[in-house]
Write a protein that binds this ligand. Sequence first.
Ligand SMILES: NC(=O)c1ccc[n+]([C@@H]2O[C@H](COP(=O)([O-])OP(=O)(O)OC[C@H]3O[C@@H](n4cnc5c(N)ncnc54)[C@H](OP(=O)(O)O)[C@@H]3O)[C@@H](O)[C@H]2O)c1
Length: 274
Amino acid sequence: MDIKGKVIVVTGASSGIGEATSRKFGAEGAKVVLAARRVEKLQALAGQIAAMGTGAETLVVQADLSRLDDIQSLIRQTLEKFGRIDVLVNNAGFGRLDWLEKLDPVQDIQAQMDVNVMGVIQTTRQVLPIMIQQRSGSIINMCSMAGLVGTPTYSIYAATKHAVHGFSEALRREVKPWGIDVSMVYPGGVVTEFSQHAGIKRKTNAATPKFMLLTADQVADAVLKLVRRPRRMLIIPWLWSVTVFMNKFLPGLVDYTTIHRFTIPERKDELKAG
Ligand SMILES: NC(=O)c1ccc[n+]([C@@H]2O[C@H](COP(=O)([O-])OP(=O)(O)OC[C@H]3O[C@@H](n4cnc5c(N)ncnc54)[C@H](OP(=O)(O)O)[C@@H]3O)[C@@H](O)[C@H]2O)c1
């Protein structure tokens, strides 16, 4: 797909991967709909895109993706301004990473489900009739390595991303005959605001190795690649595929290493106290 002039809705465009992706769509001269809650950040980004002089257009929509009426309004406003939707990037999401019993049932658990799962499903549900009528479209869902491999403290986040994985796989097979592609991207750790919202309190240095960390721009490049040439799955960096393979074929080994290298060292004091 040639990106110039295409109508592209990006959720979670106010920071990180969504912001970097929207900027790249702007550089290609697309009509970019910027959606998130922090409208002042979206307006600043719209200004930067306009200043690129690529012929790109933008529409800023303040939307809380956990609210169905906000999602409906986002799609309504997009159609009013641009009349069609070529690409939907379901990117908005966040993680609250802690031991399950320490997560707040509403603020951490329900809220992640509402945005990461229901937000993706309901936004896609609103866009689909338009793409079906057009007989064309591309849907890119921002999954995560956590959507393929579950690790300690990621229980809810992993549940949401596994849900996005299953939803996307089924939908891909449902909508292909209408000329609609569904692609999924699975980044490992990315340097964004994500960790600021995650409430991570690590005792050990059991984190993504530095050489495996991605920038938001690298993930944005992957998204643009999927718009141009849809693929079922894109794992980045590719080296994570080894972990996915091991998790599938040697799950006992992955259990052993995560429990002994992560869970026990992290909870040593609590375990002793008990
Ligand atoms: N960073 C990583 O290591 C990593 C790895 C794999 C996958 N991912 C996924 O990549 C996506 C983007 O994350 P990021 O790393 O770019 O983090 P980020 O910088 O924190 O960006 C998250 C975006 O989601 C938006 N968002 C959050 N809650 C929302 C809500 N209720 N309604 C509307 N928008 C909402 C935020 O906008 P507002 O706050 O303005 O609403 C923000 O634009 C997420 O789906 C995340 O799960 C991240």
